[in-house]
Design a protein around this ligand. Structure first.
Ligand code: XIL
Length: 392
């Protein structure tokens, strides 16, 4: 990460950093308090200057990369100003909600494609690529799922779901998150797989099955396995997180060796604004290992959580921007990384306002544009990372 600049105690007190309490994390073998962590990541002099006014999608495209973002149909369809910003900055659109199982399946027999179709049209109208998210996941299932699905019918349901959805959008999708969040060593299985209803009812082969059915239903889309939590090691979960990378590699190796048509790993990258448990070397090696299996990599859900950062917007935005630039500079040095998507474009609509709200109730600021759709330092940070990235 960026060279650390330590604040003196007076400045730390002024910024309100020293009052931060909470669990320590591990950095370079030392336990750091949260205020020390903040001092380590906050650099008031760091330069975030950007040359020219080109958009993120243009800067990415200049390097053979794709930049895009997640959005909801309701936001794009009801807010022309937001839609215009989105079309200006993004070369790819991924539905934040509309293609999840629970959103598409109001009842066991019905598929509701209306909002998903609206998003595809928006993407086409604005010359954007479209990502599908997600065909198979253990979360956000409709209420009827629990009472309807069992060991006897799950496989048929999975196959039918993928055939219908991937078939409906065939030819219009750049890449599909075929399965989402499949590895979770904390669930205690020897293979590291997350315990989900699909695993319980079908067994570990549900992953291979999902990819094969998706390939048949949409022969053109890039098929992606999307997962999270590859970034941090802390003393508490070092074993688990290390194992997460290891288990994911093992899973990808297994899938490749049996001819599963998986083409890319999606790395969600919901990053912490305050942490010291980031090990650049481990992440770089992991990306290399994934690439050496012949897989592409997409950064699929990037954002930076500012929940525990100081209230002062100046300080918060600088820390968040620093995390963006450091992370992207690192991952973009791996040539297998072909796309970067943020999980939302503007702070006016982000899942973190619900899932990682601040104790002081201040609005969260994890994304490249502010609530007024103005470019923030985080935008500069992403732009700088694209400008510095090696060409694909
Ligand atoms: C989240 C959406 O942002 C929320 O609005 C929704 O309520 C729940 O899902 N990992 C994923 C995404 O793969 O689908 C999740 O999106 C965020 C975490």
């Amino acid at each position: 990460m960026h060279t650390k600049s330590l604040l003196n105690r007076r400045r730390a007190l002024y910024l309100g950093l020293a009052s931060f309490a909470g669990a320590g994390a591990v950095g370079c073998g030392k336990i750091l308090s949260q205020s020390q962590q903040l001092q380590a990541v906050y650099d008031p002099k760091r330069d975030f200057t950007v040359t020219g006014g080109a958009s993120l999608k243009e800067r990415a495209a200049a390097k053979g990369l794709i930049f895009g973002s997640a959005a909801r149909y309701i936001d794009l369809s009801s807010n022309p100003e937001f839609a215009a910003s989105f079309a200006k900055e993004c070369g790819m659109l991924v539905p934040e909600w509309e293609l999840k199982f629970g959103a598409l399946r109001p009842s066991p027999k019905r598929f509701d494609f209306s909002q998903g179709d609206g998003l595809v049209e928006f993407a086409q109208r604005n010359n954007m690529l479209f990502r599908g998210h997600t065909l198979v996941w253990g979360q956000f299932m409709p209420d009827w799922f629990k009472n309807t699905v069992n060991g006897a019918n799950a496989e048929e349901l999975l196959i039918n779901h993928i055939k219908t959805v991937a078939g409906h959008y065939a030819g219009k999708v750049h890449s599909w998150d075929v399965v989402n969040e499949v590895v979770d060593p904390s669930h205690g299985r020897a293979d590291g797989l997350a315990k989900t209803p699909w695993l319980e009812f079908i067994g570990p082969d549900y992953i291979d099955l999902a990819f094969r059915v998706a390939r048949e239903a949409d022969p053109k889309a890039m098929l992606v396995l999307n997962d999270a939590g590859f970034e941090y090691d802390t003393r508490e979960d070092e074993g688990k997180r290390e194992a997460r990378r290891v288990y994911m590699l093992k899973l990808l190796e297994r899938l490749k060796s049996k001819g599963t048509p998986v083409q890319a790993l999606g790395i969600q990258a919901h990053l912490e604004g305050i942490t010291t448990g980031f090990n650049p070397k481990k992440l770089t090696n992991f990306l290399r290992d994934v690439a050496s299996l012949g897989l592409k990599i997409q950064i699929t859900e990037l954002d930076v959580i500012d929940q525990k950062l100081p209230l002062d917007i100046n300080v918060r935005d600088r820390i968040v921007a620093g995390v963006y630039e450091d992370y992207l500079s690192l991952v973009l040095s791996e040539p297998a990384v072909i796309a970067v998507l943020t999980w939302g474009l503007s702070d006016r609509s982000t899942w973190h306002s619900q899932y990682n709200a601040r104790d002081d109730k201040a609005a969260v600021r994890p994304l490249p544009l502010d609530e007024q759709l103005k470019r923030k330092l985080a935008w500069n940070a992403i732009a700088r990372a694209f400008d510095k990235a090696p060409k694909r």
